[in-house]
Design a protein around this ligand. Structure first.
Ligand code: 5GP
Ligand code: ZN
Length: 134
């Protein structure tokens, strides 16, 4: 897609540091990482987000590659764990409108990501939400 920065990265029109590539996706280092080694899994085909004309094969593949990259972060960066994150829509923090998955290496007590402050709903409120979303 014209003017999509990740399409340009996939095509090699702008530089990036690729650490993995196959027929379906690339994995490249994020230029503003949450932690060193923060990687983006980017499908070669343009999809705006996870709901945009995606299928199980594509989404399953992207998560498989995310798991491979996360394992590599543990083995080669001595990470204690890793986050797999995926943002959809500006409200959710998506800034590049080409589907991608973040894989962020984590270390014990690194304090890198605190995504939410837990609410404390009643059991009734949880049950009502369950009705809405079932
Ligand atoms: P989002 O906020 O959309 O989930 O994540 C977009 C990510 O892409 C951000 O973490 C941002 O740092 C990264 N990013 C933006 N532009 C570029 C770029 O030109 N190259 C690379 N490698 N990463 C980018
Ligand atoms: Zn794109």
């Amino acid at each position: 897609m014209d003017n999509c920065i990740f399409c340009k990265i996939v095509k090699g029109e702008i530089p990036s540091t690729r650490i993995y590539e196959d027929d379906i996706c690339i994995a490249t280092l994020d230029i503003n990482p949450a932690a060193m080694g923060h990687t983006l899994i980017i499908p070669k085909e343009h999809h705006n987000d996870i709901t945009d004309n995606t299928d199980e094969a594509l989404l399953g593949h992207l998560f498989k590659v995310a798991s491979i990259v996360g394992e590599r972060q543990k083995e080669r960066l001595s990470a204690d764990g890793f986050n797999v994150l995926q943002n959809n829509g500006t409200a959710a923090g998506q800034s590049v409108m080409h589907l991608h998955i973040h894989v962020i290496p984590r270390y014990d007590n690194d304090g890198v990501i605190g995504l939410w402050k837990p609410l404390e709903p009643s059991m009734e409120e949880i049950a009502a939400m369950g009705e809405k979303l079932s």
